[in-house]
Design a protein around this ligand. Structure first.
Ligand SMILES: [Zn+2]
Length: 182
């Protein structure tokens, strides 16, 4: 796939250089190389410039043109030079772009979490599959629980049950309506 007409780099942090882009029938793979010169140890907060090694980190991003987008990032590990720190080696972090152990970019995780809240976890998982994003219902439930407060959702002020529906069961079932007040 040619990337001459799309300035792909503007969609990513400047320290992640795009090395190659190629596509399969349903996915676009963007291979990236970390160009950081230093990183902050997440345990002690001290900055280090001493690279230990590299490792491949994969993450899903938002889909485009009916293709899923997968980032294959050659990321760096750094030595922590703080002798009082419990860590001797740590992985560099891209906090504004993706969480420490996340398999999604922040923008992708935000979208799939909002979709799960707007629908339900299992329905969202099926919709995401059609968008070429892999996310199980259980994973989506965890994201909703962990991001719920950060998403600034309207607060529930009350829950009501339509008790008439319990007294007079519907034909073919005995479900009742539950009303949520915001
Ligand atoms: Zn440290």
């Amino acid at each position: 796939m040619s990337n001459e007409n799309i300035a792909w780099k503007y969609f990513f942090p400047s320290y992640l250089k795009i090395a190659n882009i190629h596509s399969s029938p349903s996915l676009i793979h963007i291979q990236m190389v970390s160009e950081t010169k230093s990183a902050v140890c997440p345990t002690c907060g001290k900055r280090s410039k001493k690279v230990h090694s590299t490792h491949l980190r994969n993450a899903q991003d938002l889909p485009v043109l009916d293709h899923g987008v997968v980032l294959n990032i050659l990321a760096k590990r750094y030595f922590c030079s703080n002798i009082d720190c419990a860590e001797t080696v740590f992985m560099e972090q891209y906090d504004q772009f993706m969480g420490r152990y996340s398999r999604y970019t922040n923008r992708c995780k935000d979208f799939i979490t909002r979709l799960a809240i707007a629908t339900d976890a299992e329905t969202a998982s099926k919709i995401l599959t059609s968008l070429h994003i892999k996310a199980s219902g259980d994973s989506l439930l965890r994201y909703v629980r962990s991001m719920g407060d950060a998403l600034d959702l309207p607060r529930v002020t009350g829950i009501g049950v339509d008790d008439w529906a319990l007294i007079i069961p519907r034909i073919g079932g005995s479900s009742a309506n539950v009303m949520i007040y915001q």
